[in-house]
Design a protein around this ligand. Structure first.
Ligand code: LLP
Length: 438
C-alpha cells in the first residue's frame, strides 16, 4: 500500500520499522517521536558512493546536513565515508564534535558571518562555497589576517529552473543564492578570486533545487556549468578542478510520487559530465554531489498519539495529534503531502476519511488533508511516513512545545540519539530580572 520496503505490519497488527515495533517504541519513549531507520540511511550513503564512483572515480559525496543533523547522524555519514556540508557555525561545530576531519567539511551559506569565516579558516575546513562578492572579500581579508589560504569554490546560478516548490528552487538567475552566469557576475567573481593572493579557487558549485523529480534539469545544469568552465579557461587560462552539482533528488512522500533512483541520477549526471568535458576539451573534473533529503527522508517516521476527534457533519472529520507544525512545518510551509498508517491497526482496512490536525494554535497547522484510515479512537498511534528530512532540523518551539526525541533503529534494536526536551530545557535560557519578580 505505502510501498516502503522497510515498513511492514507485524503478525499482531502492529507496524514495524526495520524490525522494531513502533507500538513498543511509542510505549517506551512517548509521542511525538522521531524514528529513523539507520540501516536505510547507511544503505543510501553506500548507494550514492557506489553509483557515482563506479562512473566517475573519486567523486566526493557530501551529506547536506541541513536535512537532518544530529551528532549521531554526522558520525554515521563519517563512518560511511561521506563528507558533509554545513551552513552555519553551529552545524560546523556539530560535525567536528562527531569526529569529522575538518577537511571533509564544506561551508555553504549566503551570508556567513565574520566569526563563522574565521572559525572555518582556523579549523581548516575543506571548501568555502562562496556565494557573493562581499563574502569573497571577507574570506580573502580574514585569510590574509590569519596567515592562511582559503580554499574556495564559487556558487553559481546556472539559470536552470527545477520543477519544484518556489521556495525550494534555487538555480534560477533571480535567486538570493549564487552568482549568475547569465548576468556576468560569475565571470567577475572568477576574476576577483584569481586576483586574491590568499584565495585558492578550486572550481564551481551549483544547486538547482530540492525534491526534484524531473532529473533532466541536472543535465541542463551540468551543461551550463561546464560550458561556463570552458569559457573561463578560454578567457583567463584558469582550469577548474572541481565541479559540485548540489543535491536535490526527490523522495517518495505519497503513493503518486515517483522519484528517480540514485543510480538513474548518477548515470545522467556522470554521462553528461564526461561527454560535456570532452566536447569542450576539458579534463573530467573531480565531481561532488551533496544529497540531503534522499539519504534521510524515507528513513524517518514520526509517531503521534491521536487525541480529540472532531466530526463536523457533512464537512470533515478532524483527528488531532500531539505534535504538528512544530515538529513538521513542511505542510504549512510548502503544502507538502504525507502518508500515514495507524501503527496499532496496521492490518485494518482504511475506511474513513480524516484530516490530521496538529496541536499548535494556528489554523494552518495540519499534517494531512484527507487521508483514509481505519476508524480512529483517542489513544491510537499514528505513524506519518517520510519525515526524516527537514522535520527535526526545522522544528520549532512554537507554543513552547518541547522538541521530540530522536531514536535510531538498527538490526532490530532502538537507541535514543537525541533525548526529548523537558520543560526545564525550554526554561533554561529564560531569565526573570529582579524587577519582574515582585
Ligand atoms: N546543497 C545545497 C547548496 C542546498 O541548498 C541543499 C538544500 C542541498 C544541497 C540538499 O538538497 P536535498 O538533497 O536535501 O534536496 N526545507 C525544504 C528544503 C530546502 C532545501 C535547501 N537546500 C524542504 O523541507 O523541502
Amino acid at each position: 500500500m505505502h510501498g516502503r520496503a522497510n515498513i511492514k505490519a507485524g503478525r499482531d497488527g502492529s507496524l514495524k520499522l526495520g524490525k522494531v515495533s513502533l507500538v513498543k517504541l511509542a510505549a517506551k519513549y512517548g509521542t511525538p517521536l522521531y524514528v529513523m531507520d539507520e540501516d536505510y540511511m547507511r544503505g543510501q550513503c553506500r548507494e550514492y558512493l557506489r553509483a557515482f564512483r563506479s562512473r566517475i572515480a573519486g567523486t566526493e559525496v557530501l551529506f547536506a546536513s541541513k536535512a537532518f543533523l544530529t551528532r549521531a547522524m554526522a558520525a554515521l555519514v563519517r563512518q560511511e565515508g561521506l563528507s558533509i556540508d554545513v551552513v552555519s557555525g553551529n552545524e560546523l561545530e556539530c560535525a567536528l564534535s562527531a569526529g569529522f576531519d575538518p577537511g571533509n567539511v564544506h561551508f555553504h551559506g549566503n551570508n556567513k558571518t565574520p566569526s563563522e569565516i574565521r572559525r572555518g579558516l582556523e579549523v581548516g575546513i575543506g571548501r568555502f562555497i562562496v556565494d557573493n562578492f562581499d563574502e569573497l572579500e571577507l574570506i580573502a581579508g580574514t585569510a590574509s589576517a590569519l596567515g592562511k589560504k582559503a580554499d574556495i569554490m564559487l556558487r553559481l546560478a546556472p539559470g536552470v529552473e527545477a520543477h519544484t516548490h518556489k521556495y525550494i528552487q534555487t538555480g534560477q538567475t533571480d535567486s538570493k543564492f549564487g552568482l549568475g552566469i547569465a548576468d556576468g557576475r560569475a565571470d567577475r567573481a572568477v576574476d576577483m578570486a584569481l586576483g586574491l593572493p590568499d584565495v585558492r579557487l578550486h572550481g564551481f558549485h551549483c544547486h538547482i533545487g530540492s525534491q526534484i523529480f524531473d532529473i533532466e534539469a541536472y543535465k541542463l545544469a551540468a551543461e551550463n556549468m561546464i560550458a561556463f568552465a570552458a569559457s573561463v579557461k578560454e578567457r583567463t587560462g584558469f582550469v577548474y578542478e572541481e565541479l559540485n552539482l548540489g543535491g536535490g533528488l526527490g523522495v517518495r512522500y505519497v503513493e503518486k510520487d515517483r522519484p528517480s533512483s540514485i543510480d538513474q541520477l548518477a548515470e545522467l549526471v556522470c554521462s553528461t559530465v564526461v561527454s560535456e568535458s570532452k566536447k569542450h576539451g576539458l579534463k573530467v573534473p573531480k565531481l561532488m554531489v551533496e544529497p540531503g533529503r534522499s539519504i534521510v527522508g524515507e528513513a524517518g517516521v514520526t509517531l503521534y498519539t491521536i487525541g480529540a476527534i472532531k466530526d463536523i457533519p457533512g464537512i470533515r472529520t478532524y483527528a488531532s495529534v500531539d505534535g504538528g507544525m512544530t515538529d513538521n512545518p513542511r505542510v504549512a510551509l510548502y503544502q507538502a503531502e504525507y502518508d500515514a498508517i495507524v501503527a496499532n491497526k496496521a492490518k485494518e482496512k482504511p475506511e474513513r476519511l480524516y484530516t490530521i490536525a496538529g496541536n499548535a494554535c494556528e489554523s494552518g497547522d495540519m499534517l494531512i488533508w484527507d487521508i483514509k484510515l481505519p476508524e480512529l479512537k483517542a489513544g491510537d498511534l499514528l505513524a506519518v511516513l517520510t519525515t526524516g528530512a527537514y522535520n527535526y532540523s526545522m522544528s520549532s518551539h512554537y507554543n513552547m512545545h518541547a522538541k521530540p526525541p530522536v531514536v535510531f533503529v538498527r538490526g532490530g534494536r532502538a537507541q535514543v540519539v537525541v533525548r526529548g526536551e523537558t520543560v526545564k530545557d525550554i526554561m533554561k535560557p529564560q531569565l526573570l530580572p529582579r524587577r519582574l519578580q515582585g
